[in-house]
Structures are given as C-alpha cells and as structure tokens.
Design a protein around this ligand. Structure first.
Ligand SMILES: Cc1ncc(COP(=O)(O)O)c(C=O)c1O
Length: 396
C-alpha cells in the first residue's frame, strides 16, 4: 500500500532541527564532543516546590480523571493565571471568560489558526520567527504571508507598507516580543500602534509573550494586553516552559478577548482533553508560589549572555547585547557570506562540535543569520567561544 500525506503537509518546510540532530549524531559517532546551543530547551531544573506539588497531586484520585472545564483544579488554575497577570502586568482578567489553559503555547497557536482560518485567509507572520507561527498556518490550510523583520527596523514589521490587497485578505497578525529568534523587544507604544492598525483593518492579533520574564537590566517586557483597546482585537499566548523551566510539562495559556478565546476553546474541546490535573496543580504552585526561582533563572541567563556575547565580540564576531530571551542572533561572519545559514551551521558543527540553529529554520528572512540558545553553563559557553575562535581563524 502507498501512503500519501495530505497536500498541506507537502507545503511544510523541512524541520531544520532534524538535520542538525543528524549532524550531531555524526559528531558523536566520530567520538567528538557536541556543544549543543541549537534548541531553546531550558537546561535548569524545575523549582523544587513545583515538583513537590506534582508528587502530592499524584496521590489524589481526582487528579487522574479527565480534565473538565468546571473542575476544581481547572477553576483554580484559571484563577491563578488571572492573578499572575494582574501581579506581572497590572492587567485584570476574568478567569472564566478571558483565560484558556493550553497544552503548551505551541499547541495553542496551532489551534488558534485552526479556529479561524478558511482556505483563502492570509496570516501576516513575521519572518524570521518561532516555527509554529508559520507552520501552524500551513497546517490549518491558510495562506502564509511573511513580513520581513530587519535589523534596521529593530526587527519590527512595517505594517503601513504592507500591500493593501494582502491586508484586505488577512485575518490574523502574529507577533512575538521579546522575540524568538532575534531577541528584539517591543514597548507599549508599539503595541498601541499595532492595536489601532489591527482595529482599523479588522485583523485579529495573536501576541506570543513566551519570554516576558527572561529580561535583563532595567528592561521590563510589557504585555500586549496593557495596550489600550488590545483586548478588543486580540489574545496573548504565554507559557510556564521558560519562566519556570517546565518545557516538558506542557502547560501554557491564552488570555484576552473572550470571544476569540471561546472559539479557541471550542476547537480544543473537539481535539483534546485538556492538561493532566497533576500538571495543572503544579502550575498553580509555580504561578502563585515564591517567585525568587524566576529571578535566579534570569540571573543565570544574564550571566551566560554576558559571557557569550563578550566572548564573541572579543574574537571579532560582533553581536549587539540582547535585552531579553536566552538567544543570540548572529549575522554570519563576512568571510562565510557565500554560505547559506544551513551550510555555515553544518560546517561549524562538523569542525567544532558547536551546534547552532540555522536562521532559515525560522523562515526565509532568517537567511544570513544563525541562532545560539544559551542552554548550557558558563564554562561550556567559554569552551564554545574558544572553538569558534579557532574555527574562524583557521578559515581566514
Ligand atoms: C516564542 C515561543 N513561543 C512558544 C514556544 C513554545 O512554548 P510551549 O512550551 O509553551 O509550547 C516557544 C518555545 O521555544 C517559543 O520560543
């Protein structure tokens, strides 16, 4: 029998992390030491009080049942999320109508698209960006329109310059600040301009705020919902994966416009049975418990950022210092400019064992760049810089 995947699956770009995984395997097979700065999977442990909450939850019978919207744990989680939003951003949310827990924000973005897109609806997606922002459009059968994010525009899309025919057929605009992969940040003024534009054009906004806690120095990342009128046009995605080192636990949330969320929740009710109650219980502990664990996590990333960015700058690979996230978005050095980002990343892993993510893994406008994820300790980062230095000088 021959199995033909759906046509929309053929429209998905190759997942570059799979290619990088194969290259890593080859290095290991040759006895090499891999220094993996490829995927953004936090390496630090989940806080102890959160793990304890999960252990406690597993002893409670009701935790083992199917999750239900009107369950006690579910109500408590929605309340905890609303309370967290108020404390973090001074944004008040109705836990019953303006909060939807997700099996991770990646799942949420995918179902958000599925909830709203008809076949000829366009989604305005930044490029580069986190892959579900564009792959989700294809999976839902919509049309992807890449808005280039350029360093000279501070990695902001030029909404006013978009083709009016494209805009009139667009249903959703997706944004993400602090941004994966470029680490660019936005201020409230930008979100207010976006809100006015989206309202005028009748376009739904989905803002992904996964990195709002991972910020350095005096910088504070705003919530999109702090912008005047934002709740009338859109929703915001969030996750506990980064702030609390809980990437594998699978819990995120969408908040904001009640009608958009009602439709998202309706789609989800046909597809999934919600989140394991034990994980919900632990997430409540994370969101309502002591927050010094977040401060510690951020301090660790800030130190790593200093070590790595200073290191690259000292060997002549000049990178601006990010204000947020744990990513370093680096222009491919000039002497390698004949290579694509995938070819450059391949050469670097083959010759040094240092793994980075090729820029094109984040969309067509990621070409010319690579991303380093600082998900390993300072000593290993220094080792990476040392190897990169040799690599760059040997190839002089
Ligand atoms: C911008 C962005 N959004 C969402 C996610 C996924 O988050 P979650 O673990 O909640 O699915 C990531 C993970 O790297 C991300 O970088």
């Amino acid at each position: 029998m021959v199995f033909h995947e759906a046509n929309r699956m053929k429209r998905l770009p190759p997942y570059l992390f799979t290619i990088m995984d194969e290259l890593k395997r080859e290095v290991v097979q040759r006895g090499g030491d891999v220094l993996d700065l490829g995927m953004g999977s936090p390496d630090q442990p989940t806080p102890k009080h959160v793990m304890d909450a999960l252990v406690e939850a597993t002893t409670k019978l009701e935790m083992h049942r199917y999750s239900r919207r009107d369950g006690e744990t579910e109500k408590a989680l929605r309340k905890a999320i609303a309370q967290w939003y108020e404390q973090r951003f001074n944004v008040q949310l109705d836990p019953e109508t303006e909060v939807v827990p997700l099996i991770g924000s990646k799942e949420g973005v995918a179902h958000f698209y599925l909830s709203f897109l008809n076949n000829d609806d366009i989604v305005l997606v930044p490029s580069p960006t986190y892959p579900i922002h564009f792959n989700g459009v294809i999976l839902a059968g919509g049309i992807l329109y890449n808005m280039p994010l350029k360093p000279e525009n501070d990695y902001k899309p030029e909404l006013e310059k978009l083709d009016s025919h494209v805009v009139s057929r667009s249903k959703i605009l997706v944004l993400c600040y602090p941004h994966n992969p470029t680490s660019a940040v936005a201020d409230l003024d930008f979100f207010e301009r976006v809100t006015r534009w989206a309202r005028d054009k009748n376009i739904i906004v989905g803002h992904d705020n996964a990195y709002s806690d991972i910020v350095f120095g005096n910088y504070k990342a705003p919530s999109f919902l702090q912008a005047k009128g934002a709740r009338k046009v859109g929703i915001e995605f969030h996750t506990i994966s980064k702030s609390y080192n809980m990437a594998g636990w699978r819990l995120g949330f969408a908040v904001g416009n009640a009608e958009i969320l009602r439709i998202l929740e309706k789609t989800k009710s046909y597809v999934d049975f919600g989140i394991f109650r034990g994980v919900q219980y632990a997430a409540i502990a994370a969101l309502t418990g002591p927050q010094d664990c977040v401060t510690e996590t951020v301090k660790t990333y800030e130190k790593r950022m200093n070590v790595f960015v200073n290191g690259l700058n000292s060997i002549g690979w000049e990178i601006p210092r990010p204000k947020a996230t744990f990513y370093v978005w680096a222009h491919i050095p000039l002497k390698f400019s004949a290579l694509t980002s995938l070819e450059f990343a391949r050469l670097m892993v083959e010759e040094t064992g240092v793994v980075c993510a090729p820029g094109t893994g984040f969309g067509e406008y990621g070409e010319g760049f690579v991303r380093f994820a600082l998900v390993t300790g300072e000593e290993r980062l220094l080792e990476a810089v040392k190897r990169i230095k040799e690599f760059l000088s040997i190839r002089a």
